[in-house]
Design a protein around this ligand. Structure first.
Ligand SMILES: Nc1ncnc2c1ncn2[C@@H]1O[C@H](COP(=O)(O)OP(=O)(O)O)[C@@H](O)[C@H]1O
Ligand SMILES: Nc1ccn([C@@H]2O[C@H](COP(=O)(O)O)[C@@H](O)[C@H]2O)c(=O)n1
Length: 224
């Protein structure tokens, strides 16, 4: 910082309450794509992304075969207490050690990512709106709403290319667990959203509106 005005701005940015944005939606809906686009705009303005998936419960004590039978679309699959603890730390400007998840091994990796507190926290995941304590931490709640046929097509491609799955395993998991859990737990959380975004990552209008809203809140010192 070279000027008094610059120092004042730095002080304002580093002490205001961080803005928490929740991005929910079904698997394959485009949550990660929306998150990446918003992150891309704000990265130099201090945005941190927290993926709910990284907070799946550690299963390293289980055999690999046993991990295959876990229901990863149920609220109890997540270590929500740890997730809340980490967000609360970021809210009081403390750094955290974010867990890292391994989709091929179905458990947490031994790695951790050091995350410094930032002005904007984006919390992204299928069930982030399901837990009232998490909802209460959010300033803006989004739900990415994409038709089931598109979600399963996207998931098949992604899980085969990026998560080490076979087409049979993706379809079997979708029919037996993902679809029923979506209907039971994820879809009903849409009612908690402030904004419902159809089609996710390619909805430039919705992303521009979100970016403008976040800028307005940050410029006003986050007086929510
Ligand atoms: N609008 C879109 N059109 C086509 N493919 C998309 C679109 N949005 C996302 N995808 C792809 O679909 C897959 C799932 O999207 P992603 O953003 O990871 O969804 P989620 O995080 O909700 O599971 C990814 O491979 C992504 O590249
Ligand atoms: N070991 C795991 C853990 C999670 N999943 C699936 O991931 C989905 C959530 O991630 P998205 O990026 O798609 O939102 C969820 O539907 C789980 O079924 C998995 O397959 N294996």
């Amino acid at each position: 910082m070279t000027s008094a005005a610059g120092e004042e701005e730095f002080y304002k940015m580093s002490t205001q309450k961080p803005l928490v944005i929740g991005i929910a939606g079904g698997s394959g809906s485009g949550k990660t794509s929306v998150t990446k686009k918003i992150h891309h705009v704000f990265k130099e303005h201090s945005v941190v992304v927290i993926e709910q998936d990284f907070y799946y419960k550690d299963q390293s004590h289980l055999e690999f075969e046993e991990r295959l039978s876990t229901n990863y679309d149920h609220p109890l699959a997540f270590d929500t207490d740890l997730l809340i603890e980490d967000i609360e730390k970021l809210l009081i400007r403390q750094s955290i050690e974010k867990p890292v998840y391994d989709y091929e091994l179905h458990t947490r990796s031994h790695k951790r990512i050091a995350i410094e507190p930032k002005d904007v926290i984006i919390l992204e995941g299928i069930l982030i709106l399901e837990d009232k304590r998490l909802r209460n931490l959010m300033d803006i709640k989004l739900f990415v709403d994409t038709d089931a046929d598109l979600r399963i097509i996207r998931r098949i491609l992604r899980d085969i290319n990026e998560r080490g799955r076979t087409i049979e395993s993706v379809i079997d998991q979708y029919m037996s667990v993902v679809r029923p859990m979506h209907n039971q737990f994820i879809e009903p959380t849409k009612r908690y959203a402030d904004i419902i975004i159809p089609e996710g990552g390619h909805n430039e209008v919705a992303i521009d509106l979100m970016v403008t809203k976040i800028k307005t809140i940050l410029d006003s010192g986050n007086d929510l």
